[in-house]
Design a protein around this ligand. Structure first.
Ligand SMILES: Cc1cc2nc3c(=O)[nH]c(=O)nc-3n(C[C@H](O)[C@H](O)[C@H](O)COP(=O)(O)OP(=O)(O)OC[C@H]3O[C@@H](n4cnc5c(N)ncnc54)[C@H](O)[C@@H]3O)c2cc1C
Length: 425
């Protein structure tokens, strides 16, 4: 089923026509039309660079148009855990980079006048078990001490004023973080890039990148070959073609989303009076938020399977059961949309961006890409042009995963392990 975000957004009209010839050369070719690629193309086109973006399917048809729609600050791991593993300086640098990314999205929306229902919502992380609350408290202290004073630790009674559910034992509220209509943002971003001069070719998968000299590459497609002075790989984890080096390093993990019928103001006020972005503390947890037209968007990992129509509906039933258990008031609520997508995970759940064999790349946002992908598009545009930009994700020494090439054979085992963690911890 088409994601709610794409079904209710205007279609992208600024692309090149289906029979347009590919140019024989370009200053920069961007491979992939998700948030990373579109944001990079926009930044490059703004400064007059001749940029061509090649998208295998439709713009924002993969993760960028299929996500849960949370645009929140913070890394995938909590700050306290990150400080334990990386030390204060690096952990805070990474954390701030995500906060900056939220501001970057807001700036793009404002500058390009993208109509995408953007509101500041904050983010509430909810303790699914009483024993998860001390972890939230430790993170609250770390946030306040190092990066963000605008946070609150809520006990169970305070959480019940924020959300109409008795399922939680406390929460950590961060006031920064936004919601937007992800589909409207995505097509708005694509229109802005095209308006600024980027040439966007949809239905044009890149089949191979052949290095010529220096960073110059032949970018091969079934429609022809472009010689590009620079190439930016922005394919997320749905990589088509011969992209072996990256496929061995990124793990595509299915995540699934359902969207209810419009709840009406009264029921929404009962269920989500705070109208925030919500995530739960379980390892296989849930993420949810309201929409502008007062639907509930409810997501989670549900199954450790690739996203396909069959697993979508099975995952949808699992998600609906979880939603009803959390919000008994939604027992009879209809589900209007159900879909799945692939999250581009790295083993340490932090992004990777740099250059390999003359190809620039940025990916691996690990479920936190609606802000970071947009910011990294801008960062990579600067790096491609040889300018300085803060890129915390060029972290060196990126090892391939043993016996891994694209399809993650080990996911069912990881799923069993995570379920076990949720039972024990
Ligand atoms: C179900 C789900 C829920 C999520 N929820 C959230 C959330 O709530 N908050 C959050 O911050 N993040 C979330 N994410 C993650 C976030 O959506 C992604 O990190 C982000 O959109 C990645 O953007 P991208 O441009 O790098 O990749 P993508 O959006 O995947 O775009 C890559 C594009 O490259 C194209 N492509 C691939 N190979 C080729 C090729 N050879 N030639 C041409 N084109 C090619 C693909 O077709 C695709 O369109 C979620 C992801 C999923 C799947």
């Amino acid at each position: 089923m088409k994601p709610y975000w794409l079904a209710t957004a205007p279609a992208f009209t600024g692309g090149q026509s289906a029979d347009a010839a590919l140019p024989s050369r370009a200053d920069v070719v961007v491979v992939g039309g998700g948030f990373t690629g579109l944001s990079a193309a926009l930044s490059l086109a703004r400064v007059g660079v001749d940029v061509v973006l090649l998208e295998a399917c439709r713009v924002v048809s993969e993760a960028s148009g299929r996500n849960g729609g949370h645009t929140s600050p913070g890394t995938s791991q909590n700050l306290a855990a990150l400080i334990d593993s990386l030390g204060v300086q690096r952990a805070c640098h990474y954390y701030r980079s995500f906060s900056d990314a939220v501001a970057y999205v807001q700036a793009v929306v404002q500058t390009e006048k993208i109509d995408c229902d953007l509101v500041t919502s904050g983010k509430l992380k909810l303790a699914s078990k009483a024993k998860h609350f001390p972890g939230l408290a430790a993170n609250y202290n770390a946030l306040r001490q190092h990066v963000d004073e605008d946070v609150e630790l809520l006990d169970a009674a305070a959480v019940r004023r924020e959300i109409g559910s008795t399922a939680f034992f406390g929460g950590l509220l961060q006031h920064k973080g936004v919601q937007m209509h992800i589909g409207k943002f995505g097509t708005g971003l694509a229109e802005a890039a095209a308006r600024r001069g980027a040439r966007i070719f949809e239905q044009t998968p890149v089949t191979a990148l052949v290095r010529r000299d220096g960073d110059r590459h032949e970018v091969r497609t079934a429609r022809g070959t472009i010689v590009a002075d620079r190439v930016l790989l922005a394919t997320g984890c749905t990589m088509h073609g011969e992209l072996d080096w990256w496929q061995r390093r990124i793990v595509p993990v299915g995540s699934f989303v359902i969207v209810t019928e419009p709840l009406g103001r009264e029921l929404m006020d009962m269920v989500l009076p705070g109208r925030r972005n919500y995530v739960t503390t379980r390892t296989i947890g849930n993420y949810f938020r309201p929409t502008e037209d007062l639907r509930l968007v409810w997501g989670g990992r549900a199954r450790f399977a690739r996203s396909d129509p069959r697993s979508d509906s099975k995952s949808g039933r699992i998600l609906q059961a979880g939603m009803r258990a959390t919000f008994p008031a939604l027992a009879d609520t209809r589900i209007d949309y159900c879909w799945g997508g692939l999250v581009d995970m790295t083993t340490d759940r932090l992004p990777r961006a740099g250059k390999h064999d003359g190809v620039y790349y940025s990916l691996g946002y690990s479920g936190h890409g609606t802000q970071m992908a947009v910011q990294m598009g801008g960062v990579m545009a600067s790096l491609v042009l040889g300018q300085h930009a803060d890129n915390p994700w060029d972290r060196g020494g990126w090892a391939a995963l043993p016996k891994h090439k694209g399809e993650a054979w080990f996911l069912p085992f990881a799923g069993l392990y995570y379920r076990w963690c949720d039972l024990i911890y």
